[in-house]
Design a binder for this molecule. Structure first.
Ligand code: GUN
Ligand code: ZN
Length: 445
């Protein structure tokens, strides 16, 4: 029985295999430059996929011998085959805002972001941008994303419909924002609650889709809106919450002036019941108590290095997050982020960590970009690794796809060195193929 011929034209049955350097990062190797275990790698390896799920991984020779005769084997020898990337914070509607510079957060929102988001009132704009955005994720090896939408309900319908058509695992939500933003981008406490609820009922748990309750940030939501958002989070305990926190010093001061009773900016969210089971972007200007609260309530931090550097927001303190036990995922945060590429994002993360005097090993970086993100989203029982039964979302990376990459890769003596050079030099050119539940997404490769 032919399951799917995919865009590479290879006829795969319900059972097929991929040969290459097969590796995954199921446990966190910890900080520092001398990573402990946490990586399983089979240099000449095989990933066996059955009905869109991982059946097993291991050394090629014995696994090939054990396959039923005639099982298709896709040869990606020379490439790395690893779980697809998880982008834990990205704005699909800001695809066309990317590379709009010259300002810090609050001015950037007013000058560049809100005008583009206004266009998403038109569902045809929302649909066309969603299609481009999702294809761009696949081109970069990202197979799961937590997407921060615009205020418009129909734009989230369009995003989910396009993700569903590609069978992509996606979590997304409609932005809630009822003050301190342009009039025509405001909802109300009740409409935000009602529309979010309707979107949850329609999409949450449908196929590979999930919903996230999405108050934009404390500065653009009234007390009444945050109260209703918190009620919705209580009513739907398996639905994620996402937002922004402690990105920029002016933003922190503004949030504190709007909520003077709060102990800290992060505390605003906790007071409204919006911290449990959440993912907050940036988390730069936090204190030790904030990090303790995040760890206690399973609130994850989305580390957005290209965005934080681009807007001059500050340096995420990965060591402090680790010490407090805060779950961390990697995020592009396009359009303040400057690339859809998780490889480029890891390169900037490495530099941010160096600026704080610490080290980020390549193994740890790839762990954060795969399993770390899956954990942040509460999806590590389905994605993020090649443990048996996981959904077969994976990326095939060719370290030698560029001339300089080929030269550097030829000199790499260890897996860590190979991964390190790939993350520092890599981008979308290194993505040879992206598979979603065992189906290749990139035509002509
Ligand atoms: N804070 C509130 N909204 C946004 C946004 O769209 N991007 C970033 N980087 N920060 C925000
Ligand atoms: Zn953001």
């Amino acid at each position: 029985m032919v399951q799917d011929s995919g865009s590479d034209g290879i006829r795969r049955g319900p059972l097929f295999a991929v040969r290459g350097s097969v590796l995954h990062f199921p446990s966190d190797p910890g900080g520092g430059s001398d990573p402990g275990p946490g990586t399983d790698c089979f240099e000449d390896g095989l990933l066996v996929v059955e009905r869109g799920h991982v059946q097993r991984i291991g050394p090629a020779a014995p696994l090939l011998a054990a396959l039923p005769p005639g099982t298709p084997v896709v040869d990606h020898s020379g490439c790395l085959v690893m779980p697809g990337f998880v982008d834990t914070h990205v704005h699909h509607a800001q695809t066309d805002v990317i590379a709009s510079g010259g300002s810090t957060l609050l001015e950037w929102l007013e000058r560049h972001t809100f005008p583009v988001e206004r266009g998403f009132a038109d569902p045809s704009v929302a649909r066309a941008t969603s299609a481009f955005f999702l294809d761009e994720l696949a081109r970069n090896g990202t197979t799961t994303a937590l997407v921060f939408g615009t205020v418009h309900r129909a734009s989230i319908d369009a995003l989910f419909e396009e993700a569903d058509a590609r069978n992509l695992r996606l979590v997304a939500g409609k932005a809630m924002m009822d003050r301190n933003c342009p009039e025509d981008l405001r909802d109300t406490p009740q409409s935000a609650y009602d529309e979010s609820r309707a979107l949850i009922e329609r999409w949450h748990g449908s196929g590979r889709l999930g919903y996230a309750i999405s108050p934009r940030f404390a500065c653009t939501s009234s007390d009444a809106q945050l109260t209703l958002a918190g009620r919705l989070a209580r009513e739907c305990p398996d639905v994620l919450v996402q937002g922004h926190v402690a990105e920029n010093v002016d933003e922190v001061a503004w949030a504190m002036s709007l909520f003077p009773q709060a102990r800290s900016y992060l505390d605003v969210y906790e007071r409204f019941g919006l911290l449990r089971n959440s993912v907050y972007a940036h988390c730069i200007h936090l204190d030790a108590e904030d990090r303790r609260r995040m760890a206690a309530l399973r609130a994850a931090a989305a580390f957005c290095p290209t965005s934080n550097l681009f807007l001059g927001s500050g340096l995420f303190d990965l060591a402090a997050a680790d010490a407090a036990g805060v779950q961390v995922g990697m995020a592009t945060d396009v359009g303040a982020g400057t690339s859809f590429s998780m490889l480029r994002t890891l390169a900037e993360a490495y530099k941010v960590v160096r600026m704080t005097g610490r080290q980020l090993s390549a193994r740890r970086a790839f762990h954060l970009a795969t399993m770390g993100g899956a954990r942040a989203l509460g999806l590590d029982d389905r994605i993020g690794s090649f443990l048996p039964g996981r959904e077969a979302d994976f990326v095939v990376l060719d370290p030698a796809a560029t001339a300089i990459g080929a030269r550097r890769d030829a000199r790499a003596r260890t897996l860590e060195e190979r991964l390190f050079a790939l993350m520092i030099l890599g981008d979308d050119r290194n993505v040879r193929q992206t598979y979603v539940m065992g189906v290749p997404m990139l035509a002509g490769r």
